[in-house]
Design a protein around this ligand. Structure first.
Ligand SMILES: [Zn+2]
Length: 283
């Protein structure tokens, strides 16, 4: 089976992840950085990596996953925010997944993270690591982060405080950021506390996302093949549309969403991604 054919194949079982060429490629594709396609069906050329070293104001959590690649705009944004935090003697950013070296599907619980424009940032602030130059790989592989939402009450816990709000704000105010996905209870908490802050418009309710939030950058005007998501509706998102997330219908959708995560489907990627799906240096 050719690799191009694999790209177009729709599969419904995780066993097919072995057929996924994107997870086997270890180096970014050279050339002008460009995001191609949509977050759930796309790829990226010219990605760069966040370093796996510590001491830069951020630490990659679970570095063994190898998902520390993104469009240079994403990597730069994280590095800049991390640097500002270091200057303020704040805890290092805890960075979860970005994407694979050339983006593409990971065939894991993530269906997005495919165009180098998505990053998961943990809410937890690990104060023990403030000013620490060396955080061992072992510590990062084993780090536990408390969730910020009580799953019975569907409301934030006391773990979600000023540090977490400030962290969200630091990303949301960047013009590079299109939107940030958070657990719906976190959106409601922001609506209660700071409904007039313009940046909370970018904070969008979603399922999960109670121990990390998901930052998505805008498509650059110089990336014509980058597919934008639907525009964010007018307003701060604190109106009665937010109430839906506590409805029976939402609980049903939540179950379906979890099911989709357990049974990832290989998306059909744009044709322009096909040349990136093989690494000539490895064959
Ligand atoms: Zn994510």
């Amino acid at each position: 089976m050719t690799r191009v054919a694999v790209l177009a194949l729709v599969v419904t079982h995780p066993a097919f992840a072995a057929e996924n060429p994107w997870t086997r490629i270890k180096a970014p594709a050279e050339g002008r950085p460009e995001s191609i396609g949509s977050p759930s069906a796309g790829c990226v050329r010219g990605a760069t990596a966040l370093t796996k070293d510590s001491g830069k104001g951020y630490v990659l959590v679970r570095p063994s996953r190898g998902r520390n690649f993104g469009h240079p705009r994403l990597v730069t944004l994280i590095e800049e925010i991390a640097k500002e935090r270091t200057g303020r003697k704040q805890a290092p950013l805890l960075i979860g997944d970005l994407g694979l070296p050339r983006g593409g599907p990971t065939m894991s619980a993530h269906s997005s993270h495919q165009t180098g424009l998505d990053a998961d940032i943990w809410y937890h602030q690990h104060r023990q690591w403030i000013g620490r130059r060396q955080v061992t790989i072992r510590d990062r592989e084993r780090l536990y982060a408390p969730g910020m939402v009580d799953k019975k009450r569907l409301a934030v816990t006391r773990a979600f405080g000023n540090d977490q709000r400030e962290l969200l704000r630091s990303f949301a105010i960047s013009p590079e950021v299109d939107r940030i996905l958070v657990h719906f209870a976190i959106k409601r908490e922001l609506c209660r506390r700071m409904p007039h802050e313009p940046w909370i418009r970018k904070i969008r309710p979603w399922f999960g996302h109670d121990h990390h939030f998901h930052v998505r950058l805008i498509c650059s005007p110089s990336d014509p093949l980058c597919r934008k998501g639907d525009p964010i509706p007018e307003g701060n998102g604190c109106d009665n549309t937010l109430d839906w997330w506590w409805s029976a219908e939402a609980r049903s959708d939540e179950t379906k969403n979890l099911d989709r995560q357990e049974h990832p489907v290989m998306p059909t990627l744009p044709a322009e991604c096909a040349p990136l799906a093989t690494d000539s240096r490895q064959t």
